[in-house]
Design a protein around this ligand. Structure first.
Ligand SMILES: Cc1ncc(COP(=O)(O)O)c(C=O)c1O
Length: 454
């Protein structure tokens, strides 16, 4: 049983945004530089606190949160155990580098839950930093330098990984790192080859193999793959895709880096995204939910790989904040809580329920083109036409987002590939309340909006 059976439900008392939110938001807008997250700009809200899978704004309005800071708040907001553990640690020691009891505990817990033999770890502060470290490790181990990634993939925005982004958002910053190639992902709803699984025989994998062969300078060090793609819209590939990609990596003498930044720590109804396919990656990158909001990320690796130099040389893989005492406590407390409160099981169970309710919405609304999910990683695609799969326009999706907010639901619904990834502590009542709001908003769109053309 989880401890979360009595969570708060949505309660809206003011216009959205309310007066206090407006004031705080506008003050911030006078000083903050442009380029912050779109969801925050569209919402125009200021938040005061959260509890479990709910957030309460400065005017006292409570929302069910299907966003969770893009799958960061694994234990939900304001988790008392995590808050206490961080407060205790903050009053004793914050600065890192040396071994501490807490850091030893964090590494031990990570090794207990790690996939297969990836029992060693390095800790960092941000996701991109961890993926960069994984690539440096792969280069150290293979003595090669090229990297392949996937269309729709996202691994961060720093110089070493921006070229691996599988969409146009990497454009406009000048030369990307050389030796980086993107190949099609197994996005079966939008198969780039217009084939159907399983009849396709995973043609995208054959194509990826050929594409790498034709573009590479013969020095592929790693293939970086999300077991399920988050940024692309919570896309779920067939379970045999990841093992097939591992065999491509093997063919090129390269390592498979599974980027589990979003899919790790129970998000998909199993501890790791790779468990769904049974593949063993060579390296796993972790972040987001691992600290439940505390900025911590990391790389999981095997004993053998950990010896590869220059990565393994003293000071070669460290950073100022990676694994500092606060981060270590956040990781240890998050893992302990996920286990104690059976949150992987909650993710599986509530995720399955949400998926079945959303499938029913697919039958009900002509503009719901696809619904897919594993655990609490769920994607919904909204289209103008079920055949052409042309995506619903921005005016409609932004309306969906704001109409949901007005009723007490925060959801990444401002683009047509809706991403649903609430805290792992979400209760059945909260999940149902959120989907009921989405249903009501979809009905509003069907009845009052020229959604095919807007
Ligand atoms: C799969 C994946 N990898 C890496 C990152 C980058 O993480 P960060 O934003 O912490 O740099 C993200 C962020 O969304 C992600 O989804």
């Amino acid at each position: 049983m989880t401890k979360t059976s009595n969570g708060k439900l949505p309660a809206i008392k003011t216009a959205i945004p309310g007066p206090k939110s407006r004031e705080i938001f506008n003050t911030e807008q006078s000083f903050i530089a442009p380029g912050r997250q779109r969801i925050s700009l569209l919402a125009g809200l200021a938040f005061d606190h959260g509890e479990g899978a709910t957030l309460t704004d400065a005017d006292g309005n409570t929302y069910v949160d299907f966003f969770a800071g893009v799958a960061v708040a694994s234990l939900g907001h304001g988790h008392p155990g995590l808050a206490q553990a961080l407060a205790n640690q903050a009053s004793r020691l914050i600065v890192g580098t040396f071994a501490t009891k807490e850091r030893a505990e964090a590494f031990k817990l990570l090794s207990e839950i790690a996939p297969a033999n990836l029992k060693r770890a390095h800790l960092y502060s941000g996701g991109a930093e961890a993926v960069e470290a994984a690539i440096r490790l792969a280069r150290s181990a293979t003595k090669k330098h090229e990297v392949a990634s996937f269309w729709g993939g996202f691994h961060g925005k720093t110089g070493g990984v921006i070229g691996l982004i599988g969409d146009e958002s990497k454009q406009g910053y000048g030369p990307l790192q050389g030796g980086q190639y993107t190949v099609p992902y197994a996005d079966c709803y939008r198969c780039p080859f217009k084939l159907t699984y399983p009849d396709c025989g995973l043609y995208c994998v054959d194509f990826a193999r050929q594409q790498i062969k034709m573009s590479s300078g013969g020095a592929l060090a790693a293939i970086v793959a999300e077991p399920m793609q988050g940024t692309a819209g919570n896309v779920i590939p067939p379970d045999d895709w990841m093992p097939a990609i591992k065999s491509v990596a093997k063919d090129f003498g390269a390592l498979l880096i599974a980027d589990e930044m979003i899919t790790g720590f129970g998000r998909t109804g199993k501890m790791w995204g790779v468990e769904h396919s049974g593949v063993t990656p060579d390296i796993v990158t972790i972040g987001k939910g691992m600290g439940s909001g505390f900025p911590v990320s990391g790389v999981l690796l095997s004993d053998e790989l950990g010896k590869a130099e220059p990565f393994a040389k003293p000071s070669a893989s460290s950073s100022s904040y990676g694994g500092n005492p606060l981060a270590a406590v956040a990781v240890a407390e998050t893992i302990r809580t996920i286990r104690r409160e059976n949150l992987v099981e909650n993710s599986r169970k509530i995720g399955a329920l949400m998926l079945s309710r959303l499938m029913a919405l697919k039958e009900k609304y002509e503009f719901v083109g696809d619904v897919r999910g594993r655990g609490l990683l769920i994607g919904v695609e909204l289209v103008r036409d079920l055949k052409t799969k042309e995506l619903l326009g921005k005016a409609v999706t932004e309306l969906i987002f704001t109409e949901c907010l007005k009723r007490g639901l925060i959801i990444m619904g401002y683009f047509p590939k809706i991403r649903i990834n609430p805290a792992l502590v979400i209760t059945q009542a909260q999940a149902e309340a959120g989907i009921a709001i989405l249903d009501e908003v979809f009905a509003h769109v069907r009845d009052h909006v020229d959604w095919r053309h807007a």
